[in-house]
Design a protein around this ligand. Structure first.
Ligand code: HEM
Ligand SMILES: [Cu+2]
Length: 623
């Protein structure tokens, strides 16, 4: 990463464990998210091997259930969310012209809590198997009566990692509201920052009900509570409501930043400004609002009655309107543009038709009478993978190829990139398109096998082959990362794509403090504006002086570790015989976490200053 650092000598490992720099935390999120993505992707391949032929016995039903649950849970909470956060961390402070996020310490705290929560979920394999009630953990399947320890890991692991996500989101809200450079009004903010702000607000409103729900389920499972147990006066449908009040917005939490990435990449490679910027901002806000009004579309078959179902059906279809606005704006941005089809642009532009397909099947699912037929079939699996992969993953891939040179100082190889794209795109449609038809002929989801002679063999085989083609694409991407690290030309210019937003005005590699002088923003697309109307550099909004920087700290790591130990102790309560009493472990975790918080509260930490001469020296080196 940035060679131009001004910190005292530290070992590399210590530096990464204690860093509060948003650019380094972004890299940590990127690595953690990628590892979890590969892990959950391999689980998907195992499931597809099992489903390749009728009555296959590659996996048992129990293992299949655990794989399904872990695949879905990891993909959403521990792969897609951190990968989105990687880009939000790296890009947002740069795009708004800030030196870092508002609370760098809290930023590191968010990462480590998320990471240790994910680790807690993952160690379930070593204690009798993963959770097996689906990523939705419906009661009574997830109650103490039917589910083993795995579900305790689900409940407590997600609780911990959710705290990390929540903490980071609050930090982003404050950053975007307070830290914008002079002249960067809300309506001059790049669309990626807008989506970052909106999803951070969504996280605050969606992850809190999830935390409450998980806490109640934990009380039921570990302390003999009865919130969701009908025999004892509880209510199982209550869990479904709480879960989906979180669960539906979660989809938007992931897809809106992907929209943001697409809205950066398409203008950059169409050589035009984003069409309908204002409409895009308002469409984002409307989608976010409606996202909270539609959760019952996951529960049409529960029996809430025709009036409730109709209201939620109409609200769901309503979301198609702002989404359609976005689709047309992306098309109009490309219309008449001078388009370069490199890998980033291929991913971004192919996102549009793929996402539309997922949207159309979404509207089909919103029609209550026919949902009774589609519900819990492969049609649903096809629908949400079109949204999740065609939307979120393609957006993430576009962002990876687009921001990679800024993050790592070199581009990814284009030939390998284009090979990856076509493998991925063809493999994706091969895997999932055919699942619509499988669903329509009645193949239920979440089943580990099917009978011979029902006309499902060939389509399942095609789907499985497709999934291996996608796997090959990800392999090519990993090869590309390694290959490019050694063979790709180093980037020394600020702006290798001739792009539009402020992150491209910084030198490569970016100095620790991002901007030696906070830039003065004069327009939307401020960097492009200066290239056309100014002299191609940003005007400074302040004189050059010493720069105040935050100190690194190991406390975020220790707080995360403490929560991991606390969580493990909580789960130990449900274990049969343990070597040490659970309360000892719980106590250790609590002491570590609250002790670190106490230290942070009473120890004064004013950060340090990079003196002016050194700033000048660094600026000369990098320019
Ligand atoms: C190589 C690409 C992928 C393949 C082959 C794949 C395959 C599968 C399969 C076979 C299932 C089980 C379907 C069922 O019986 O209900 C599934 C479920 C699921 N997948 Fe994927 N998947 C892929 C990528 C992803 C990604 C990238 C995400 C999210 C970021 C994701 C999220 C989910 C979710 C949430 C479920 C539902 C789990 C549940 O029913 O509890 N998948 N996937
Ligand atoms: Cu939904």
């Amino acid at each position: 990463m940035a060679t131009a650092t001004a910190t005292k000598d530290k070992s590399v490992l210590w530096d990464w464990l204690t860093t509060v720099d948003h650019k380094k935390l972004a890299v940590l999120y990127l690595i953690a998210g990628t590892l979890f993505f590969v892990k959950a992707g391999m689980m998907a391949l195992f499931m597809r091997i099992q489903l390749m032929s009728a009555e296959n016995d590659f996996l048992t039903g129990q293992t299949f259930n655990e794989l399904i649950t872990m695949h879905g849970t990891i993909m959403l909470f521990l792969a897609a969310t951190p990968l989105i956060f990687a880009f939000m961390n790296f890009v947002i402070p740069l795009q708004i012209g800030a030196r870092d996020v508002a609370f760098p310490f809290v930023n590191a705290l968010g990462f480590w809590i998320f990471f240790f929560g994910g680790l807690l979920l993952s160690v379930s394999w070593f204690f009798g198997g993963g959770p097996d009630a689906g990523w939705t953990a419906y009661v009574p399947l997830s109650s103490g009566e039917y589910a083993d320890l795995g579900l305790d890991f689900y409940v407590v692991g997600l609780q911990v990692s959710g705290i990390g996500t929540l903490v980071s989101a609050i930090n982003f809200i404050v950053t975007i509201i307070n830290m914008r450079a002079p002249g960067m009004t809300m309506m001059r903010m790049p669309l990626f920052c807008w989506t970052g702000l909106v999803v951070s607000i969504l996280i605050v409103f969606a992850f809190t009900p999830l935390a409450a729900g998980l806490a109640l389920l934990m009380l039921d499972r570990i302390f003999g509570g009865q919130f969701f147990i009908p025999d004892m006066g509880g209510n199982a449908v209550l869990w479904q409501h709480i879960f989906w009040i979180f669960g539906h917005p979660e989809v938007y939490i992931l897809v809106l930043p992907a929209f943001g990435i697409i809205s950066e990449v398409i203008p950059a490679f169409s050589r035009k400004r984003l069409f309908g910027y204002t409409a895009m901002v308002f469409a984002t806000l409307v989608i976010a609002f409606l996202g909270f009004m539609v959760w019952v579309h996951h529960m049409f078959t529960v029996g809430l009655g025709p009036i409730t179902n109709s209201v939620f059906a109409i609200a769901t279809m309503g979301i198609a309107v702002p989404t359609g606005i976005k689709i047309f704006n992306w098309l109009f941005t490309m219309w008449g543009g001078k388009i370069t089809f490199n890998t980033a642009m291929l991913c971004a532009s192919s996102f549009v038709p793929t996402f539309v397909l997922g949207g159309v099947t979404g509207v089909m699912l919103a029609m209550v009478p026919v949902d009774y037929l589609y519900h819990d079939t492969y049609f649903v699996v096809a629908h949400f993978h079109y949204i999740i992969i065609g939307g979120i993953v393609l957006g993430l891939l576009a962002g990876t190829y687009y921001w990679y040179p800024k993050m790592f100082g070199h581009k990814l190889n284009e030939k390998l990139g284009i090979l990856m794209f076509w493998l991925f795109y063809i493999g994706f449609h091969m895997t999932f398109f055919i699942q619509h038809i499988l669903g329509l002929i009645g193949m239920p989801r979440r089943v580990y096998t099917y009978l011979e002679g029902q006309g499902m063999e060939t389509m399942n085989l095609v789907s499985s082959i497709g999934s291996f083609v996608m796997g090959a694409a990800i392999l090519v991407l990993i090869i590309n990362v390694v290959y490019s690290a050694f063979n790709s030309e180093r980037i020394t210019v600020n702006d290798p794509w001739d792009a539009r937003t402020l992150e491209w005005s910084t030198p490569t590699p970016i100095p620790e403090y991002n901007f030696a002088q906070t830039p003065q923003v004069r327009s939307l697309d401020p960097w492009f504006y200066e290239k056309v109307h100014g002299d191609g550099t940003m005007k400074p909004a302040e004189p050059m002086t010493d720069i105040h920087m935050p100190n690194g700290s190991i406390l975020p790591f220790v707080i995360g570790l403490g929560l991991f130990i606390w969580g493990f102790g909580m789960i130990m309560i449900n274990m049969d015989d343990t070597i040490v009493p659970p309360f000892l472990v719980i106590g250790t975790g609590v002491i570590l976490t609250f002790g670190s918080m106490l230290i942070r509260s009473i120890k004064e930490d004013h950060g340090y200053h990079i003196p002016l001469e050194q700033v000048k020296k660094i600026e000369k080196e990098v320019s």
